[in-house]
Design a protein around this ligand. Structure first.
Ligand code: NAP
Length: 303
């Protein structure tokens, strides 16, 4: 079964390269024929790990091709996932499996409603990768990927193929809990690092503000039926801040590089869910307004 990978970006490129190196059939899906020509001109996908560069001439096609797709890894940013799903709708075979690598929440439901013929598998990954240039991926830090469906279902047979390819992954019956927990950690840390223009460790000087945000995030998680994801949230936030003190958050890096953030699927999703439940979370809502204003002032999308 061919792994079609939409998005030869950081995470999609990493998965594609690893699967291909393990002998799995992989095809990259690029956004248009121009992008495909650029890929061929680059000679393939470069993966850089531990300072070693390897060029992998993976096969690739434009998403506008017509061959049916049975297994898709959707590796775009959250804000591009619905557009990509619409573009691939006609190519997805009935019963096709679609693995959604997007961070945050909201995009998964958008894609699932656009692709009713597919089995959508949600993923939450702590893998670290970035793009040094077009079709050049750097693996920056080993992590783990949790996979699962809503409602829960048995693990697919190909889970073992991931392990053989060096992709650390586990199946979970509570993928929503995993995604909510990661979203809450993100909401407590990333926006403040942007607003205070600091590394994660810089938030140790804003402990009271972080604690107040955690209290509101716990209230939101409980209101959303995510009690497990709320357990000891503040303690974990503080642990993450300490353990990653020297790092810049992904949102900080996006803003610094003038890239669109995934705010709409992280803090924006949290505030939207609170509003849906008429839950007053003044700190979180004020944080969202400050962050949106900050992005707007830099000419970046506020959604
Ligand atoms: P990325 O490097 O920006 O890659 C996204 C890729 O999607 C790009 O190659 C882009 O193509 C492609 N794409 C977007 N729309 C497309 C379309 N319509 N047709 C074809 N290709 C399309 O993003 P990323 O860092 O891999 O992140 C992907 C998701 O994983 C995000 O939700 C992120 O939060 C999550 N995540 C990332 C990491 C990480 O370390 N990078 C870790 C955990 C979670 P172009 O190159 O043509 O623009």
């Amino acid at each position: 079964m061919t792994w079609h990978v939409l998005g030869a970006g950081s995470l999609g490129g990493l998965w594609a390269a690893r699967l291909a190196r393990a002998g799995q059939p992989v095809r990259l899906l690029l956004r248009n024929p121009q992008r495909l020509a650029q890929y061929h001109a680059a000679g393939g996908l470069t993966l850089e790990e531990n300072g070693v560069r390897q060029i992998l001439p993976l096969s690739a096609e434009a998403i506008t091709d017509s061959a049916p797709i049975h297994r898709l890894l959707l590796a775009s940013k959250a804000y591009d996932a619905a557009t990509a799903a619409r573009a691939l709708h006609a190519r997805l075979a009935p019963g096709a499996e679609v693995i959604l690598l997007q961070n945050g929440l909201g995009s998964q439901d958008q894609v699932a409603s656009l692709l009713p013929q597919a089995r959508c598998i949600f993923a939450s990954s702590t893998e670290g990768a970035f793009r040094r240039g077009d079709f050049h991926v750097v693996h920056a830090g080993a992590g783990h990927t949790w996979l699962g469906t809503v409602p829960p279902s048995p693990a697919p047979e190909w889970l073992g193929e991931l392990a053989q390819a060096g992709i650390a992954a586990s199946w979970t019956a509570d993928i929503l809990g995993r995604l909510w927990r990661k979203l809450a950690l993100n909401c407590a840390i990333n926006p403040l690092t942007v607003l205070y223009h600091c590394r994660n460790g810089g938030l140790q000087a804003h402990g009271e503000e972080v604690a107040a945000l955690c209290a509101e995030l716990v209230a939101l998680l409980l209101a959303c039926g995510q009690a497990d994801a709320a357990v000891d949230l503040q303690a974990e936030v503080e642990r993450v801040i300490a353990a990653t003190a020297a790092n810049y958050s992904s949102m900080y890096q996006d803003v610094a590089a003038g890239r669109r953030t995934e705010i709409g699927y992280l803090l924006g999703h949290a505030c939207h869910e609170a509003a849906q439940r008429q839950l007053a979370l003044p700190r979180l809502q004020a944080l969202e307004q400050r962050l949106r204003a900050h992005l707007g002032a830099r000419g970046l999308p506020q959604d």
